[in-house]
Design a protein around this ligand. Structure first.
Ligand code: SF4
Length: 460
């Protein structure tokens, strides 16, 4: 209930912030244009999406089998797999590894799971310095913000905003272009690697038949995390499993296409374990933390489990009209937009987060763009239906539903009053909820029945 109120209050403020919306709209539109170009690499896009969806679905449906296979193969390669039921368990294991190593500082490359488990705060409590080495997240941390988009973490920031924030501290010219800013930040991130013996990395895919972890990126912080620090800790949700290394040819180009509008990312790295005797680089020790944190709960939902096939491209967020209006911060959750609205109730509690499933126009744009064919807008409806089944909706909502149901089924009730009175009633009942920044739809002067009868009269 409390998070519902916070969400509504934040959405009202955000939807009145035209400046922020213009930035989001500009960045999201630019993203759409690049994706339009990138999809041209496919002669049969639908087939590619179906194939990728099938692979991901196969991984999710065989989760138990493939995760065990991954563990056996990864440990055979010399790595260590750690199973974590929830955030607390994951954090405990990670802190133990860092403390054993004696490290006082760690580097973190792109990893939304590290944010999910609140790793930064927990390490700070232990006096362990936490440094972002992915430029996007580094810039975001300068604003003291957490990511609210799966792939474009700066989608809500303008170039000027970023320059103004960084120019004085990092001696960047106020007129600096994006490449110049990026180069300065990249240099700082690289230097941080030199002082760190432990790195934390995310994972795009866990590959069962080779026991490897795949990272797909443009910034190289993932690959450097496995080369420079001596100990590499990779954290991944259990849903990131795919059956075979042979599946990457279908998944990597689609991930690049829909996350950043490119044919393929610059760095696609497959790491199977720590450095072997005949290898020149790689960490001395490698750990993979497999996090559940509510994912098994989602897996139990027959209709919604498909959302676990997500490859974190962020496309559904970028095209969602609600996300583009209120921005990711309003959700007050890590996972936002259509995919976040589906999975968050199951990851963090249906009662507290089911309201997100109503934050959609159900326009279907999310389903249209999803590269792994997740039926996102249907899944939002399944969540709503579960809320009714679980009796998680307010008394006023129940009464309203019953009232509407009765009225819409009865012609007599529908014709009971004039359009003028219907509009007054609607304004009275829904005016406050509808929001003052948008106009309530008007009931037309004549009903469909009246118009139909008039037409038939005229035709005689
Ligand atoms: S649900 Fe689909 S579109 Fe949305 S982030 Fe996941 S893979 Fe991308």
């Amino acid at each position: 209930m409390e998070s519902n109120k916070t969400f509504k209050a934040a959405s009202i403020i955000a939807s009145a912030n035209k400046e922020r919306q213009n930035i989001l709209e500009d960045n999201a539109s630019r993203y759409e244009r690049t994706v339009e170009r990138a999809v041209l690499q496919y002669s049969n896009l639908e087939l590619a999406r179906r194939r990728a969806g099938f692979i991901r679905h196969k991984g999710i449906n065989g989760l138990e089998k493939y995760l065990i296979e991954f563990e056996a193969n990864h440990e055979r390669n010399g790595g260590k797999v750690i199973w974590a039921q929830d955030s607390a368990e994951a954090v405990k294991h990670i802190i133990n590894i860092i403390k054993r190593s004696g490290a006082k500082q760690i580097t973190k490359s792109t990893s939304i799971i590290a944010d999910e488990i609140g790793l930064k705060d927990e390490l700070t409590k232990e006096n362990i310095k936490f440094t972002e080495v992915s430029p996007g997240n580094f810039i975001l941390s300068e604003f003291n913000e957490e990511p609210r988009h799966l792939s474009s973490v700066l989608i809500h920031k303008s170039h000027d905003e970023i320059t103004n924030r960084l120019s004085e501290k990092y001696k960047i010219s106020a007129k600096a272009g994006a490449i110049e800013i990026h180069n300065v930040i990249r240099q700082i991130c690289r230097e941080n690697f030199e002082n760190s013996i432990v790195s934390i990395t995310g994972a795009n895919f866990l590959i069962a038949d080779s026991g490897s972890v795949c990272i797909s990126e443009n910034t190289a912080d993932g690959i450097l995390s496995s080369v420079m620090p001596k100990i590499q800790i990779m954290i991944a949700g259990i849903d990131k499993i795919i059956p075979s290394i042979m599946n990457l040819d279908a998944l990597l180009p689609l991930y690049s296409t829909y996350s950043s509008g490119e044919k393929i990312k610059a760095y696609n790295t497959i790491i199977s374990g720590p450095r072997q005797d005949n290898e020149t680089d790689g960490p001395n020790e490698m750990y993979v933390v497999l996090l559940d944190n509510g994912r098994s709960n989602l897996l139990e939902q027959k209709l919604q489990r498909r959302s676990l096939s997500c490859i974190d491209c962020g496309a559904c967020q970028s095209v969602c009209p609600v996300y583009r209006k209120i921005g990711g911060e309003s959700y007050n959750t890590l996972y936002t937009g259509p995919i976040g609205s589906i999975i968050t109730p199951w990851l963090k509690g249906v009662e507290d987060f089911i309201h997100l499933s109503y934050a959609s126009t159900l326009c279907g744009k999310c389903t249209e763009v999803c590269p792994v064919n997740i039926n996102l807008h249907d899944q939002l409806l399944y969540n709503r239906s579960d809320a009714v089944r679980m009796n998680i909706h307010s008394f006023s909502e129940k009464v309203t539903r019953i009232g509407w149901h009765r009225a819409l089924k009865s012609r007599k009730m529908m014709d009971w009053s004039s359009s003028k009175w219907k509009n007054i009633t609607l304004r009275y009942v829904y005016g406050g909820k509808w929001g003052k920044d948008r106009a309530l739809p008007q009931v037309s002067e004549k009903s469909f029945k009246q118009l139909w009868e008039e037409r038939r009269e005229g035709a005689k």
